[in-house]
Design a protein around this ligand. Structure first.
Ligand code: AHM
Ligand code: MG
Length: 335
C-alpha cells in the first residue's frame, strides 16, 4: 500500500465519502480501537506488568477469570461509558448488562464483547484477542434492558476483533467487506494493511480440538474421518490441522489463508448447544467470515439467523471456507 491510511481516516472516509457509517458509530469504533491498544500494551508487558495469573474469581459461566480477563473488561467499560454513543454494554465476563450510568449521555448503540478471548493462552505467551459486536437499540424503545440485546447476528452494524500476537491486528467489518489494520507501535495508531479480505472457498486445513473426538456427533466424526484419510480417502487430498485454542487466532488464520474452524456440540455437555458464546464470539466472527466470502453455520442453519433467547447463549460453530462449511452442514442435514 503506497499511502498509509490510518483507522481514523478509514472511518472518516466511510462516514463522509461512502455515507456508510453514522458519526456515532465511527466514534464508537475509534473508542473500541483505543481500548484494544491499551489491552495490547497490558498483554505485551506480561509478567513485567504483573498481569499474568488468575484473579481468584469466576465468571457467569463458572470459568476461572484471569487477571487480564478482568483488566480488559474494565478497559473496555471505562473507555466506552462516557462517550455518549452507547446505551449499554454486555460482556462474556459480566453476569448482566452494564447500562451507561445516567451521569453520561445515552447513545443508540449496544456494544458486546469478549474482552480477552483465548484465556488459556494468556500465561503461555500465545496469541489472544478481543472480540466485539455492535447492535442498535430497537426503535421506540423506552429504557434499555437485556431484551434489547437479543437480536439475531444479521442485525449487527459493526463487528470485529483485535488479535494480540506477534503483531497486534484489528479486523473490522461495517457490512461492506473486511479490512485489517496493524498497530504501528511507534506512531500509536492502527494502519490499514489489507482491504477486501477474501477466504478461498476450498481448503486443506481444519481446526478442531481433536481430544474431544470421542464425544462428537456422527456428522462431525464423518467429516474429520474423511479429512484424515487424505489422498487415499473420499476427499482425494491430504489435510493439515491447526488448533490454537484462541478463536481469534484460529479465525485470523482462516481470514488470512482459508480453512475451516469447528467447535461443535458434543456429548460432554449434552444440554448445552456448544461451548462458544453466540453473541460475544460466534456472531461477530460469523459476520466477518461471511463478509469475506466464507460461511458460518451451527450445523443446521446460518448462525446469523439465530435469535438469541438469553445473553450468554451458547452455540455450535462451524465456519470458514465456504465449500467445506457447506459439506459439514450437509452431513448434519443428511444425518
Ligand atoms: P474463552 O473465551 O474463555 O477464552 O474460551 C473460548 C476459547 C476459544 O477462543 C477457543 O476456540 C476455545 O475456547 C478453546 O477451547 P478448548 O480449550 O476446549 O480447546
Ligand atoms: Mg472467548
Amino acid at each position: 500500500m503506497s499511502q498509509r491510511i490510518s483507522l481514523t481516516r478509514y472511518l472518516v472516509e466511510k462516514q463522509r465519502v461512502d455515507g456508510h457509517i453514522p458519526s456515532q458509530l465511527r466514534l464508537l469504533l475509534e473508542v473500541v480501537a483505543r481500548s484494544c491498544k491499551s489491552i495490547s500494551h497490558a498483554v505485551n508487558k506480561g509478567a513485567l506488568g504483573g498481569v499474568l495469573g488468575t484473579a481468584g474469581s469466576e465468571n457467569v459461566q463458572g470459568e476461572v477469570q484471569k487477571k487480564l480477563d478482568i483488566i480488559a473488561n474494565e478497559v473496555l467499560i471505562e473507555a466506552n461509558e462516557w462517550g455518549g454513543h452507547l446505551a449499554a454494554m454486555a460482556s462474556e465476563e459480566m453476569d448482566s448488562i452494564y447500562v451507561v450510568p445516567n451521569r453520561y449521555p445515552q447513545g443508540e448503540y449496544l456494544l458486546l464483547f469478549d474482552p480477552l478471548d483465548g484465556s488459556s493462552n494468556i500465561d503461555v505467551n500465545v496469541s489472544i484477542g478481543t472480540i466485539f459486536s455492535v447492535l442498535k437499540m430497537p426503535e421506540d424503545d423506552r429504557g434499555v434492558d437485556e431484551g434489547d440485546f437479543l437480536q439475531p447476528g444479521h442485525k449487527q452494524v459493526a463487528a470485529g476483533y483485535c488479535v494480540y500476537g506477534p503483531q497486534t491486528t484489528l479486523v473490522l467489518t461495517v457490512g461492506d467487506g473486511v479490512a485489517m489494520f496493524t498497530l504501528d507501535r511507534e506512531q500509536g495508531s492502527f494502519v490499514l494493511t489489507q482491504e477486501d479480505v477474501q477466504i478461498p472457498a476450498d481448503t486443506k486445513e481444519f481446526a478442531i480440538n481433536m481430544s474431544n473426538m470421542r464425544h462428537w456427533d456422527a456428522p462431525v466424526k464423518r467429516y474429520i474421518d474423511e479429512c484424515l484419510q487424505g489422498k487415499e480417502g473420499p476427499r482425494g487430498k491430504d489435510f493439515n490441522m491447526r488448533w490454537i485454542a484462541s478463536m481469534v487466532a484460529d479465525v485470523h488464520r482462516i481470514l488470512t489463508r482459508g480453512g475451516i474452524f469447528m467447535y461443535p456440540w458434543d456429548k460432554r455437555e449434552p444440554d448445552k448447544p456448544g461451548k462458544l458464546r453466540l453473541m460475544y464470539e460466534a456472531n461477530p466472527m460469523s459476520w466477518l467470515v461471511e463478509q469475506a466470502g466464507g460461511a458460518a453455520t451451527n450445523g443446521r442453519g446460518r448462525i446469523l439467523d439465530i435469535t438469541p433467547t438469553k445473553l450468554h447463549e451458547r452455540v455450535s460453530v462451524i465456519l470458514g471456507s465456504k465449500n467445506e462449511v457447506e459439506r459439514v452442514t450437509a452431513y448434519h442435514r443428511e444425518g
